[in-house]
Every structure is written in C-alpha cells, then in structure tokens.
Design a protein around this ligand. Structure first.
Ligand code: HPA
Ligand SMILES: [Zn+2]
Length: 335
C-alpha cells in the first residue's frame, strides 16, 4: 500500500466489530474457551470464505461468533481491529456490534458491552483513534426483541452513541422498525441503518422517511432511482459504501462495475468503509488501494472521500476540525 493512502486521515463509519474476527483469532479463542468449531483447522476455516450472497456470509459470521465468550474475548477482538485500523490510517472509528446475536446464543449483554467498551476506552491513547459504539439490531428478528434489548442497553448505561439495523435485508424493510427508531431518537441516540445493499432503493427512502436515519449504510442500490439520487445529493445524506464487501457478497459483479464513481460524479456524499474486513479481503487501506488500482483516483478524489468520512461522523466538532486540518495538510503535500 502506498504511504499516501495510509497517511490519508480517514474515519471508518461502517464496521461490524464481529466481522473483524480473523481466522487465526477465531482458532485462538476457540482453544482458550474449549469450543469445538465445525471447521477446526485454519485451512478448513479459510475454505468457507467464498460467498454467494449476504446470507451465505451471515451464516459463517454468526457461527464464528461462538468463540466470543468472555469480556476479554470481546476486548481482544476490538483491540486487534483498532491495531489494524491504525495501520490503515483510520483516525476515527464508529463501530457496530450485534447485541442480539450474542444474547441469542446465551452471552449476556454486559459481557459484550464491557469487553468492547474497555478496548475503546484506551483507543485514543493507544492507537490515536477516537471511537463511537453503535448497537446494530437484527432486522430478521422481531422488532419487540430489538426494543427489549435497547431498553436493557439504556438501563445499564451502555456507552452507545447510536443504533443501526443490519443482517438479512430483503423481506425485512425499515417499516418493521419504526417504534425502535422512535424510542432511540427519544433517548438522544444517533440513527443509522443498512439499506440498499441487497434490498431495493425503496428501503433507502423508508430508512430516511420512516426511521429518520441520519446515515445510510451501503445505499448502493440508490442509483437505480433517479429521484432518490437527487434527494440524497441535495440533502447530502452520508452513504457508507463498502467496495470490497460489495464484490465479495456479489452485490456488484466486479469492482469495475461498482457504482462508486457514478455516485461521486452525481454529488453524493460517499465515504469508504470495510464492513467486515476479516471476511471481505481487507481493512480500510485495502479498500482504498483497490479503488485506486481500479479507478486511478487522484488526490482530490481521495481527499473528498476522506473529508466526507470525517464530516459524516458523529465525532465532536473539535475532533472533526482536528482531522479536517490534518487532511488539508495531507492534500497540500500531494502536489
Ligand atoms: O454487510 C452486512 N450487511 C448486513 N448485515 C451485516 N452484518 C454484518 N455485516 C453485514
Ligand atoms: Zn454492514
């Protein structure tokens, strides 16, 4: 990776912490916790990383979570991500976790929250990365479950800045979660939602209008609806695009066919993210690297993408100013 891509100061806004569990760490945690995995060797495990669609990935992603048992496991996973993110030049990270996925397999909320929060608490000092934590709810589970878990998170004072919506999209529209988002908004939380990854552009409309989403995770199928594109451009709604994820989950045929260039050309507020980097072939730096290799992005385009990520973050105004100033210095050094 070129050093300019690493020094480009970036925010990562679409990252599932459970999707950062590398195969080596999965085996290490399995051994530590005495868990027998269906794919017990590195070779057998790695063979599973061919995905036909979102669901085929989710099946492995949820199965591998079995190795996360103690708060220490969650802390180790989070620290491993932060270390790799630092190597990719990430300066601010908003990290999603799936509380229900852990609860449903018998791991208490407090275990996941305590472990992740412990690693995040030392992130600025240890890695130079400011952070925020987002609780993502499973859209293929009932809304009542999400509401119950949100109440528990609020009651325990979990250090979350917002909520998200993830998992199997098609057939689980935003309209299912109107009460959840209303409750989260009343609690002062930020609102994001996956929409338009595999699901139609109408889910993006509904995430905005029915849920009040402030950011759309993915949103690539928005390009199929010209009226929606106009609105997204006018309101500068942030779209957290994940190029390598889209290729690996076959949301696009090839990286060359990815709509990111068209999205930028139409004035959309696009930023680049790694989604589940342990599963999709690389961290944030690799996503940038792949885009540069495919589309030959120049310094202005890279600065636009990084600037969008910083401005679209929920970082404090002071932190945003600091990172935007660093970005201006980076840009001045590229000529
Ligand atoms: O890419 C994703 N899409 C939807 N749900 C997810 N949960 C983890 N990663 C993803
Ligand atoms: Zn995602």
């Amino acid at each position: 990776m070129t050093s300019a891509l690493i020094t480009l100061p970036k925010a990562e806004l679409h990252l599932h912490i459970e999707g950062t569990l590398e195969p080596e760490l999965i085996l290490e945690l399995a051994a530590r916790n005495g868990i027998t995995l269906p794919f017990p060797t590195l070779g057998e495990l790695r063979e599973q990383y061919e995905f036909a669609d979102l669901q085929s990935f989710l099946n492995l992603y949820y199965a591998n979570m079995a190795v996360l048992v103690t708060a220490e496991d969650f802390a180790d996973m989070t620290r491993a991500y932060l270390s790799r993110a630092k190597d990719s030049g990430v300066r601010h990270a908003e990290i999603m976790f799936d509380p229900q996925a852990h609860l449903f397999r018998g791991v208490e909320l407090a275990t996941a929250v305590t472990g992740i929060a412990e690693a995040l608490a030392s992130s600025e000092a240890e890695f130079g990365i400011s952070t925020g934590l987002i609780a993502a709810f499973l859209r293929d589970a009932p809304e009542a479950s999400a509401l119950e878990v949100l109440e528990e998170l609020l009651a325990m004072g979990a250090p979350i800045i917002g909520i998200g919506l993830d998992s199997a999209e098609v057939g689980n529209p935003p309209s299912k979660f109107v009460r959840l988002y209303k409750r989260a908004r009343a609690a002062g939380l930020r609102l994001v939602a996956h929409a338009g990854e595999e699901g139609p552009a109408s889910y993006v409309w509904d995430a905005l209008d029915l849920l009040g989403a402030q950011r759309i995770d993915h949103g690539i199928r928005s390009v199929e609806d010209a009226v929606l594109v106009k609105r997204l451009a006018k309101e500068q709604i942030p779209l957290t695009v994940c190029p390598l994820s889209n290729v690996r989950l076959r949301a696009v045929d090839t990286l060359a066919a990815h709509p990111v260039v068209h999205m930028l050309a139409t004035g959309l507020n696009v930023c680049i993210n790694s989604d589940d980097p342990a599963y999709f072939g690389g961290y944030l730096g690799s996503n940038f690297q792949a885009l540069v290799a495919e589309f030959d992005f120049d310094a202005d385009t890279l600065a636009t993408l990084a600037g969008n990520s910083i401005r679209s973050s929920f970082a404090t105004p002071a932190r945003k100013s600091e990172l935007l100033a660093e970005l201006a210095v980076w840009r001045a050094h590229q000529d």
